[in-house]
Design a protein around this ligand. Structure first.
Ligand code: CTP
Ligand code: MG
Length: 239
């Protein structure tokens, strides 16, 4: 029997998707016969190292129950909050209430349906080995420019050592819970979970992840996600 701490996916899905400008939140838009959040859950819950999921929904979520999503693994539901950080915090408290403190929380946006199993395995392994946790991230390929006030180039920023933070971001439950509690108490705005952990004085590990695991954000992104998804399926069929 394995004595490793369990891994739970915590999936913030309480956003409204304002930049997507559709009649429903982007996690409920469909491609290939399934909603974006169902594609995410399929990828996460079919991974053998993931024990279950906490899905964080808006209090007035109109769609989740209608989906009747089924999995053999346990799914808990939590109530979302004003900003993403409040939603993640809510999901973590639900996880703690249900499972105690001895867990790794794998936080993954409900709108990144293209994460692959190899990246999941590697970020989970890194988080097991690293008290500060670990995140998937992608390197920069383009030259980076800093603008001045007139929208001109002020200077070129060296891209060496710069990464784009993706999700999943995986932390020991108590480390992330304590870090987010501080951020929320002090009313600090953050843009990912690692930032809370960094501000608590830790240095989470960077794990190079596939850039196909992008966040559906603006209207053209749904068609792009479908294209990548089909391509990934064809590659799998060839193996
Ligand atoms: N999210 C959440 N609770 C919030 C805000 C966001 O759970 N109060 C979730 C979103 O549902 C999404 C993830 O956090 O799965 C990433 O956020 P983002 O891409 O910003 O989604 P939205 O906030 O929905 O989109 P927008 O910012 O365009 O309104
Ligand atoms: Mg948002």
């Amino acid at each position: 029997m394995s004595s490793e701490v369990p891994v739970w996916a915590v999936i913030p899905a309480a956003g409204s998707g304002s930049r997507m400008r559709q009649d429903k939140p982007k996690q409920y838009l469909e491609f290939q016969g399934k909603t974006v959040i169902e594609h995410c859950l399929d990828r996460l819950l079919s991974h053998p190292a993931i024990d279950g999921a906490v899905i964080v929904l808006h209090a007035d979520d109109p769609i989740w129950n209608e989906l009747a999503y089924h999995s053999n693994k346990t799914i808990f539901i939590a109530d979302g909050g004003r900003e993403r950080q409040h939603s993640v915090y809510s999901g973590l408290t639900t996880l703690q209430y249900r499972c105690g403190n001895d867990a790794l929380a794998l936080v993954h946006d409900a709108v990144r349906p293209l994460v692959n199993h190899d990246d999941l395995s590697r970020v989970i392994a890194a988080a097991r080995a690293h008290t500060a946790g670990a995140i998937l991230a992608a390197t920069q390929n383009d030259t980076l420019k800093l603008q001045n006030d007139s929208m001109e180039i002020a200077r070129t920023v060296p891209r060496e050592g710069l990464w784009r933070a993706l999700t999943p971001q995986v932390f020991h439950l108590q480390v992330l819970l304590n870090a987010l509690r501080r951020i929320i108490d002090d009313d600090i705005a953050i843009t990912d979970d690692a930032q809370a952990v960094e501000l608590a004085g830790y240095s989470p590990a960077l794990v190079a992840g596939n850039a196909e695991n992008f966040k559906i954000t603006t209207p053209g992104d749904l068609a792009l996600a479908e294209k990548i998804w089909l391509n990934q399926r064809n590659q799998q069929d060839d193996e």
